[in-house]
Structure formats: structure tokens, C-alpha cells
Design a protein around this ligand. Structure first.
Ligand SMILES: C[S@@+](CC[C@H](N)C(=O)[O-])C[C@H]1O[C@@H](n2cnc3c(N)ncnc32)[C@H](O)[C@@H]1O
Length: 283
């Protein structure tokens, strides 16, 4: 069944029915936007240079709370942006933000499961998919749907995280520095996918492939410590029995917001991550 529906700002605004993981993800995406918003703004500026004409119909695939959709609406002031996401909670937050910014007439949420196929959205000038394609069960079908929906000359901008953000100084760890490195090693994340070949197989012509490094040190944006806490808490939820008890205790102390060792009280955090963006054109 293809579940497609349009969300409006009048929809239920609270998190009723949302599980804890979704609420945490909403929080994380909002903090990510606050801390790393300049990356998104630089990317939309780059797309502005690559487009062959001003985009008027834009789709944000797996929009989450709308960081990309809203940045695109700001960059392309005459465009309508359709934000597609599976999660009603994400779309409610997006609708709230669009309303607060006076963008409700140009940023519309559509609830759809992209694993069920591409929703009927008409012909598109620009498709944006940030940190979403790796969630899809059949990314090749989603890319083929994007290709078919784009007009000839239209652009796809695909961004994925190369590795989960890191925040802690190397010397953290009781008697054994390097706690954060051990956390990531214990979770052994799947290597980031290089989408270059898949894009070519789908018929796209690659215009740019751009790694984007983030390396922020003090003074950090005000939301950075909360961002660190939310990201580390997400990792913590997968770490039981994956790390020695001393490491888990150290991590729990860092995540105790009221405690003396909380990350919220540290002044030595950094934010390090890299993302890669592919810009590809339908010939
Ligand atoms: C990591 S978030 C990225 C959100 C946003 N693009 C950003 O950069 O902030 C991934 C999003 O993809 C959505 N998603 C995952 N699988 C999906 C599917 N099959 N169909 C539609 N959306 C999906 C999730 O609900 C989530 O909002």
C-alpha cells in the first residue's frame, strides 16, 4: 500500500504516538541543523551555480524536519518545495517551522513510504536527498524514481554522512584514553556507500562529487554540547555489552545532564564529521 498524504500545520503538533527513537531523531536533526546549518547553505549555493535554470519544483526526499526543504525554499525564492517523509512527527515539525517562517505556501509535506514507490508529484527540477537514501530498502528504485520524475536537465543532489559526528577529546577514558574511538569501533558501522556508479547506472551524468569536512572547535555554536549529548545517547543505546563496564560508566557520566561530568559542562568539545554530496543531472 502506498501511504501518501499531505501534512498541514493544522495537524496534531505533539508527539502523540511517536516512539522514543523518533522523538530523539527529531531532536538530533534539529540540533544538527543548528550546528551544521552553514554546510547546507553552502551546498544550496553550489546547486544554484549548477542548475541550468531557476528551479521551480523541488522535492526533498526523506526530508526529516525540513532542514534541506527550508534551506532550498530560502535559496530559490520562487520554488515550491515538496518534503517527502515516512514519519508524521517529522512532517509536523517541518510544517511548524515552515509556518513560523512564513513558508507554508511554498513548503508542503507529503507523507509517503519511498520503499513503496515514487509518489505522484509531477515533473521536478531539483531532487534533494540528504542522509536519507541509506535508510531505504531499495535505493536503486528510489534513484530510478527520481530520474523519471526529473525533467531533462534537472538535478539530483544526494548527500550522505561519511561517518557519525565525533565530539570528545582523545584523552577521555578511565586509565585508557580514546573512549570515543572505542565506541565507534564497537559499533563497527557499515562503510559509507559511494553512489557514483549507481548514479551512472541509473542514467545520471555526474556533475560534481564533493566531500565536505566539518571540524569545529571552541567557540562552538550554542547548540553543540546538546548535539553531542543527543548523538552520544543514540550510540549508547546500542552499546550494552559492547564495551568494558568502565567505558560504559564513563559514557554514562558524560550523559548524566545533571552530573558534574556531563558533556554539557565541558569546554573542550569539538564537532568533527565529513559528508559527501553528489550532484547529478538527468541528460
Ligand atoms: C537521518 S534523517 C535525514 C533527514 C533530513 N534529510 C536531514 O538531512 O536532516 C532520514 C529521514 O528519512 C526518512 N525515511 C527513512 N526511510 C524512509 C522511507 N522509506 N520513505 C520516506 N522517508 C524515509 C526518515 O523518516 C527520516 O526523517
Amino acid at each position: 500500500m502506498n501511504t501518501t498524504e499531505t501534512s498541514t500545520v493544522h495537524a496534531d503538533r505533539n508527539h502523540a504516538g511517536a516512539d522514543a527513537a523518533t522523538i530523539a531523531m527529531v531532536d538530533m536533526l534539529e540540533l544538527d541543523a543548528e550546528v551544521l546549518g552553514t554546510c547546507v547553505s553552502e551546498l544550496t549555493a553550489r546547486l544554484d551555480e549548477l542548475t541550468d535554470r531557476e528551479p521551480r519544483r523541488i522535492v526533498d526526499l526523506g526530508s526529516g524536519t525540513g532542514t534541506g526543504a527550508i534551506a532550498l525554499a530560502h535559496r530559490f525564492a520562487r520554488a515550491g518545495v515538496t518534503a517527502v517523509d515516512l514519519s508524521p512527527q517529522m512532517l509536523h515539525r517541518l510544517a511548524e517551522k515552515a509556518y513560523a517562517l512564513g513558508l507554508s505556501d511554498r513548503v508542503i509535506g507529503v507523507r509517503a513510504d519511498l520503499n513503496d514507490g515514487w509518489p505522484a508529484l509531477g515533473t521536478i527540477d531539483l531532487v534533494w536527498a540528504a542522509a536519507s537514501l541509506h535508510h531505504m530498502a531499495t535505493p536503486d528504485r528510489v534513484l530510478a524514481g527520481a530520474f523519471d520524475a526529473l525533467r531533462p536537465g534537472g538535478l539530483l543532489a544526494l548527500t550522505e554522512m561519511d561517518f557519525f559526528p565525533r565530539f570528545l577529546p582523545d584523552d577521555i577514558g578511565v586509565g585508557r584514553p580514546g573512549l570515543e574511538a572505542r565506541i565507534h569501533a564497537a559499533l563497527s558501522p557499515a562503510p559509507a556507500v559511494d553512489w557514483t556508479d549507481q548514479l551512472a547506472r541509473t542514467g545520471f551524468v555526474l556533475e560534481a562529487r564533493r566531500p565536505f569536512s566539518v571540524d569545529l572547535a571552541a567557540p562552538l555554536p550554542p547548540a553543540a554540547a546538546r548535539y553531542a549529548e543527543v548523538c552520544l545517547r543514540k550510540l549508547r543505546s546500542h552499546l550494552d555489552e559492547q564495551l568494558p563496564v568502565e567505558d560504559l560508566a564513563t559514557l554514562d557520566a558524560l550523559l548524566d545532564s545533571e552530573g558534574p561530568h556531563s558533556v554539557l559542562r565541558r569546554d573542550d568539545l569539538t564537532v568533527r564529521t565529513t559528508r559527501t554530496t553528489w550532484a547529478a543531472r538527468r541528460p
